[in-house]
Design a binder for this molecule. Sequence first.
Ligand code: PLP
Ligand code: TYF
Length: 396
Amino acid sequence: MFERIERVPGDAILGLIEAYQQDSNPQKVDLGVGVYRDDQGRTPVLATVKKAEEQLCQNEATKSYIGSHGDSRYTEAVTRMVVGEDSATLKAGRISTTQTPGGTGALRLAADFLKAHLPNRAIWLSDPTWPNHPAIFDAAGIEVKRYPYVNADNRLDFEAMLAALKEVPEGDIVLLHACCHNPTGFDLSEDQWHEILEVVKSRGLLPLIDFAYQGFGDGLDQDAFGVRLFVEALDEMLITTSCSKNFGLYRERTGSLMVLAADSEQMQNVRTQVAIAARENYSTPPSHGAAVVAEILSSQTLTEQWKQELADMRGRINGLRSDFVAAFRPHGLEERFAFIAEQRGMFSYTGLSQEQVKRLRDEFSIYMVGSGRANIAGLSEESLDYVARAIATVVK
Ligand code: PLP
Ligand code: TYF
């Protein structure tokens, strides 16, 4: 029965991990998969996560299932972190939060919920976006469409984005990246968020904001600007979140789906349907990562320490961005690559072609995604000059 099943290439981003591991060049540099790295190229467990785990190990009383919506200590804490302590929408009981297996699980849960209850609506994604976005919505049976995001000069094309959104049919779903846009690193300014909001309102669109990098751009509150603006201005929207990056919990699969409804009555109705979608998908979420986050966010001391760890990660990335631009100076390319310091989050769309990316890999053992996306956190003070020189070579 399986003889007709064809082999397919795996995820291009994850495939880079293996290719990099097999490269024996001691100068090799991994700018591929989006995980944070320290100056030694490691992705260590955060100290606050270790402490929380020790406490859990001592105190955890059961491994019995948690409910479909997960651990309320976790969901309440992440909701406050995302929408802010003073959110009127939160106080009005209009937000339902469900713990999910990572941000990816939240996206799939959102997709299944939307497919079941709002059929025949397309979802609009930025072009480009994270490749798993179209894959997930397509797999759930939702039609995927695109709005432009960058222009031919590799800059944010806000005018084109806005113009395209003004043409989206009423009631369609629009996916927006809250911050640290993957793969480009280009984020919306506060004014631009306001402009998008006006279009969303006037066309009656349903926003789904993917918030996978809170705290990796400019700060926990700063990165939430667009999300909070929308949460207080709209009756209905969805938010997917992830603790993979900001708590470094990648493999523990820790995320959430938030659904906003017009009033608390509708929120409760929606909530029962999200639970059904979860049950049909994976039943109940894994516990450990969310328990760690709850442990940290319920202790003032741990929270302060975690915020410092997060600030250190963010500071290292933003420092590398300006140092990287400076490393292009001896090659006369500082101006050409100045945009790297303006981008936010782990990723930079470098504007390099597929061919140039291939040369970097073949001739210099520098690995980045074929689209020209580089994980800035994969650089180190030691490799900056080597990478800048290699890029100077392939662009000349
Ligand atoms: N959304 C975006 C844009 C991402 O880049 C990622 C991955 O890192 C996710 C969602 C989901 O991440 P995870 O499933 O690891 O929490
Ligand atoms: O874009 C990235 O590199 C991260 C990690 O299937 C990732 O978001 C990449 C591919 C994938 C899952 C996670």
